[in-house]
Design a protein around this ligand. Sequence first.
Ligand code: HEM
Length: 476
Amino acid sequence: MNETSHASAPSRAAASSIAAPGPRGIPFFGSAFPAWRDPLGFMTRSREQYGDVVRCRFGPFDYYLVTDPDVVRHVLLDNAKAYTKSRNYVGLKAVLGEGLLTSEGDQWRRQRKLAQPAFHRAHLAGFAAQMAGATRAMLERWRDDDLGAARAFCVHEEMMRLTFRIVGMTLFSADVDGDAREVGRALDTALRWANDFAESIVPIPPYVPTPANLRFKKAMKTLDGIVYRLIADRRAQAAASKGYGDDLLGMLMAAVDDGGDGDAGDRMTDRQLRDEIITMVLAGHETTANLLSWTFHLLAEHPEIEARVREEATRVLGDRDPVLEDVRALEYTKRVLEEALRLYPPAWIFERQSVEPDTLGGFPVKAGSIVGVCPYVIHRHPAYWDRPEVFDPERFRADRAEGRPRYTYLPFGGGARTCIGNHFAMMEAQIILAMIVRQERLSLASGFRVELDPLITLRPKRGVHVTRRPAGASAA
Ligand code: HEM
């Protein structure tokens, strides 16, 4: 960091009038440039240099990076009423509207209540079969096309395609594989735009016809076209058979908010349904695909751990497709995924904005400040993680995890806004990982080096390029 530094301070100040330490940055922009150039490095170094509550300036905003588990808990849970999602979600909101991820207050509470039942355990059982079926179909295609045998392929692309298909099948009963590439590209464009919009100090409103805004509009048109088609198809199906179906879309369409007084209330409009659907597709597919891609990368570098996953998958599953009960038995597979989520949390940062003054770790925080909770940094905090850079799934064995503070590990967030899809995602990742590793050995393509791309989610830049050989075959 080439910035002037304040003196390093303890994570807890005694008096609440002392400002939190942090980089001074340059006039007006503060630390915006170093944070923009290398967000992960900037956040990591800030904690190392200044402690667990770091104050930065990003343009006109006071930004607090918090990495102390008690302070994180305070923001996400104990004093959550003093925070909303930050202004940085404005870009995302242009894509997701008033869906669960971006809405606030009563609107959010109502939607969360309506959506929650779809993620209950009883539903997950049915989802498991669909997840396994989609994975089997993908593996068959790999074999039929001899993918990765003569030439390397991108396993991240494959995971994006698979998790997208699974979201479509499980939540909306739609086999959208055919649309996947188009939607993938459109979401990508929309997300990049949302990211740039959130990061720009003087954002150009979406209605100004700049090339980036025009690309964004076109991407949104593609997305909306597909989603409104799904809704219309379901309305037609419901009109014909008098049922909406028992997936998330069906539940959301059938759900009636009675305002808690038992009176017949309102159903969701097409616009509300569209917002929830795009939210679920977005929140539910890229995150899980990233998790799997990082896991394959880690396993390729740790063949002894990969072999243990294979042994477990073979022992628990034999030749069958996994069902919900198997997921519990795939313990080691789960620990591998938990450790991958620690090192490469797909939601590498999330933010809140204070609506009233607060005190964080003893430091005063003005209303309107942004608070960054950065799992990427917290998950590598040396005070809570022994040899944090090492990939060691055994950290998540019950006896070793015991006593670790809850808010030192938060790949799915915390407090009331915890990820609604966390069990769904873990089950999906366990099924996919076990099925692939049981059958295939993925090795990094020669000369390929993975690179981190911390956009809204933590992606592997340029993907993860691998070659493939059957699990039974010996190394070439
Ligand atoms: C590995 C996969 C996933 C990761 C790492 C992840 C991570 C997260 C995190 C950190 C949050 C909280 C954000 C915040 O507090 O600002 C969140 C919220 C959310 N996630 Fe996930 N997620 C994953 C998979 C899924 C799946 C599969 C779905 C749906 C099918 C989903 C749907 C949502 C929704 C709707 C919210 C907003 C919840 C609310 O505010 O009520 N996520 N996720």
